[in-house]
Structures are given as C-alpha cells and as structure tokens.
Design a binder for this molecule. Structure first.
Ligand code: FMN
Length: 190
C-alpha cells in the first residue's frame, strides 16, 4: 500500500522557500509512489490562536481537538498517516507561529493519565520529519530541538532536512544542489 505522507507547511509565503522545498520533497516522495497531501497552515480558518489548553480533549475517549475549525480534520489526519512532515522557515531561532497554530493542537492526539503516569498516542511508531530553512548559516539546530525531542517523547522516528543560507523568500528556487538534495530526501522518506 502507498505510504501516506501529510505535510504541514508553515510559511506565510505561498511561493517562498518553504513552499519550494515542500514541492521538491513531494516530487521525490511521489516518484516513489507515496500518497502526499500538503496543508498550508497559514491559510486555514481558525477559531482560536493555537491550543487554548482547554483540556477537553483529555476528557474525551477520542483523539480529537475540541475546537471545531479547519485544523480539526487535519489533526485527525495526522493520527492516520505514516509520515508527518512539518516545514517551516526559521523565525528568530524557532518555527513560524503559523506552524505552531497546528503543532500545539497535537496535544489532542495524546492521552495522559498523570496519576498512573501513563501516556497513550496513535502517533507512536510514525515518522516525524522536519524541513526548515534559514537566511543565515546558524540557528537551525535550535529550531530542530523541540521537533526532535517531541519525536523522542512520542516514540516516533525523526528525520530532518535543514537548509541554511537559503536566501530571502523564493531565492531557493535557483539552487540546484539543494533541489537535488531535497528530492532525494523526499524519496528516502518513502
Ligand atoms: C519574521 C522572520 C524572522 C526570521 N528570522 C530569521 C533568523 O532568526 N535567522 C535566519 O537565518 N533567518 C531568519 N529569517 C529568514 C527566513 O528564515 C528565510 O529567508 C526562509 O528561508 C524564508 O522561508 P519562506 O520563504 O518560506 O518564508 C526570518 C524571516 C522572517 C520573515
């Protein structure tokens, strides 16, 4: 069966470096038969600014966010795919706020029992992939850390493609070595 890949692309630039990297990654993954869906998290309609910490998800049996907006079905999809990809520009040594709007709501895909000291999640065993770019040649290690730690905590395999010196938004399109590397990376994730 085709491997299912869901990409959460978190840049506010529709044709920027993140979008271009995501397209190259997708080209590689689809060439190996993957079923790839791309969601641009900056353009979903939200009813909240990220996770509101309402904890309603922890009281329900379902792995479902209580906020009923366009992010909710995307979160449900995350629980079903084989590979979750998050793509983001580096913004002050962290991911974009537009990506965090969905990332933090993955809280609903965990069930914690603090008394029993247990955690359950359908994310265990999946692959978690980070694609990130920056203008400068430093800072991507800081950005990577919360993604890697989340993968470790959850029991997901972690892979990343970090692109320093990517230039301003859209400039990456002429960088053929990065294109090749990203297509190859996409193939390897299948
Ligand atoms: C708000 C903002 C913050 C940024 N912060 C950094 C930074 O701390 N370090 C860096 O190297 N580049 C920084 N950049 C540049 C972007 O990370 C870089 O150009 C990226 O490739 C742009 O991707 P995009 O076209 O998908 O938005 C920043 C850009 C913006 C708009």
């Amino acid at each position: 069966m085709a491997k299912k890949i869901l990409i959460l692309s978190g840049s506010p630039k529709k044709k920027g470096n993140t979008a271009i990297l995501v397209n190259w990654f997708t080209e590689g993954a689809r060439s190996k038969g993957a079923d790839v869906e791309i969601v641009q998290t900056a353009f979903l309609k939200y009813k909240s600014f990220g996770c509101t910490s309402c904890r309603a998800c922890q009281k329900s049996e379902k792995y479902e966010c209580a906020i009923n907006d366009e992010a909710r079905p995307i979160l449900a999809k995350i629980a079903k795919v084989d590979v979750i990809v998050m793509a983001t520009p580096l913004y002050f040594y962290g991911p974009s706020a537009q990506l965090k709007l969905v990332f933090d709501r993955m809280f609903s895909l965990y069930k914690w029992d603090n008394e029993a000291d247990t955690m359950k999640t359908p994310l265990k065993g999946k692959t978690f992939v980070l694609i990130a770019s920056a203008y400068e040649d430093m800072g991507l290690d800081a950005l990577e850390k919360p993604f890697r730690l989340t993968a470790e905590y959850t029991g997901m395999k972690f892979q990343s493609l970090l692109i320093p010196n990517a230039g301003e938004s859209g400039n990456i399109k002429d960088k053929t070595a990065i294109k090749k590397k990203t297509i190859t990376f996409g193939k390897q994730m299948v």
